[in-house]
Ligand binder design. Structure first.
Ligand SMILES: [Zn+2]
Length: 412
């Protein structure tokens, strides 16, 4: 068992096979949640897992669970998984690598006919990216009880199409109750999506903390009027109000240690060259690994929006629709033990992005395994990890899951 290793070529070939679904010209993937492309990737995952002896369950928010029986199937299983959906200009590795590292662990156990002490479970979580439907990590969030099932199924995309209808259409609206899997530990392998591991020349990042996130929808209601006939002192210009708020978001991030602030989405109405904009909607994303600092950032943004509304005499609606508390990964020592046993270089790291494992950490001891990606670039079509880097992450996942399975069995 100590000598057991994953198959590097098979893992790589599977990554490239899934990457064909939604392949973009620049070498990335555009595979949004609930689309036909999402279905094709899910179908291939399901068929691979069935071939390797798994039983498939789909829950009411479309999460997929492939269970490989162990010696004692009454005991809680060891779980792993990630997501198959991508950003519109996403890469081949974000999420998909975590799912396929799981499939590679499964195949390695299957071909070596290894009976693990507990069952092993391999999952795909619905809409992790939050690109087509909001918020992000929707499937794992419903599973962990953070979000209401019906509310999320009723969420619509920009064309008004319901998530629930799309899941039904592609054959992934299941009947299992979210939260009902008998799992005792959960691990997720993921590319780092940042430059730290590559810079430090480490093969594995042992994730100790997950960053807290606050998401906002901001709407500014001013007044449309003619750009040639309306004097400056009589304007209610939603664009300049937005500009002030956006630069304050940058200031807020700079004022706090490890603070991050981003505005990445904007809709301008009527979006015409010679009309003063009367209505602007934009997003804001604030992050910090410490809950009290993130709260201070939130309060500063709220107060600033109010001050701009008062000063300019227009209406500003700030909707803080999503809060994701910072996470502690309590099973990271299992990851560390496996990494050291395998002799890979490693360091502790915190997760800057949200991940499905962050919600699973609400329910069971969880851990994350990070691997480097070239230049730290992610959410980009050129996102790249080498076959060797992927192999190392999958080997650590394999031995982490074996470690955890033995631990869960010996506790009983
Ligand atoms: Zn991801």
């Amino acid at each position: 068992m100590q000598d057991l290793r994953v198959n590097k070529e098979r893992l790589w070939d599977s990554l490239m096979e899934i990457a064909q679904f939604g392949a973009t010209e620049k070498g990335g993937c555009n595979r949004l949640a609930g689309t036909d492309l999402d279905k094709q990737a899910r179908d291939l995952f399901v068929s691979w897992c069935k071939t390797a002896g798994c039983e498939i369950t789909i829950d009411k928010i479309g999460n997929i669970f492939a269970r490989r029986p162990g010696k004692n199937n009454d005991l809680p299983a060891v779980g792993t998984g990630s997501h198959l959906d991508t950003q519109p200009t996403g890469g081949k590795f974000d999420g998909v690598f975590g799912v396929l590292a799981g499939v590679e662990v499964l195949r390695t156990l299957h071909e070596n006919k290894i009976e693990t002490p507990t069952a092993m479970e391999f999952s795909v979580w619905t809409n992790e990216e939050g690109s087509r439907f909001q918020p992000a990590m929707q499937g794992s969030g419903v599973y962990a009880g953070r979000f209401d099932l019906e509310t999320e199924l009723n969420k619509t995309d920009v064309d008004g199409i319901r998530l629930g209808d799309e899941l039904k259409r592609i054959g992934y609206l299941g009947d299992a109750e979210p939260g009902s899997r008998n799992v005792g530990a959960f691990f997720e392998t993921h590319i780092e999506q940042g430059p730290i591991l590559e810079d430090a020349d480490k093969a594995i990042g042992i994730v100790r903390l997950g960053q807290g996130i606050r998401w906002y929808n901001i709407e500014i209601i001013g007044q449309e009027s003619h750009s040639g006939t309306t004097p400056m002192y009589l304007r209610k210009d939603a664009m300049v109000a937005s500009a002030e708020i956006i630069s304050e978001i940058e200031n807020i991030a700079h004022r706090h240690e490890n603070g991050l602030g981003t505005v990445g989405f904007m809709q301008v109405y009527p979006n015409s060259r010679n009309t003063i904009p009367g209505n602007i909607k934009f997003s804001a994303d604030l992050r910090n690994p410490k809950p009290d600092v993130l709260l201070a950032m939130h309060e500063e943004l709220t107060a600033f929006c109010q001050s701009v509304a008062d000063k300019r005499g227009l209406e500003i609606n700030l909707d803080p629709f999503w809060y994701f508390a910072p996470v502690e990964f309590n099973a990271s020592d299992d990851v560390k033990a496996a990494t050291e046993k395998l002799g890979y270089s490693h360091m502790d790291i915190y997760a800057g992005a949200g991940h499905d494992a962050c919600y699973m950490a609400d329910l069971v001891p969880a851990g994350m395994i990070f691997t480097p990606c070239e230049g730290g670039i992610s959410h980009n079509e050129v996102e790249y990890s080498s076959p060797e880097q992927c192999e190392a992450g999958a080997n650590v996942l394999l031995h982490t899951m074996l470690e955890a399975s033995h631990r869960l069995a010996s506790v009983q």
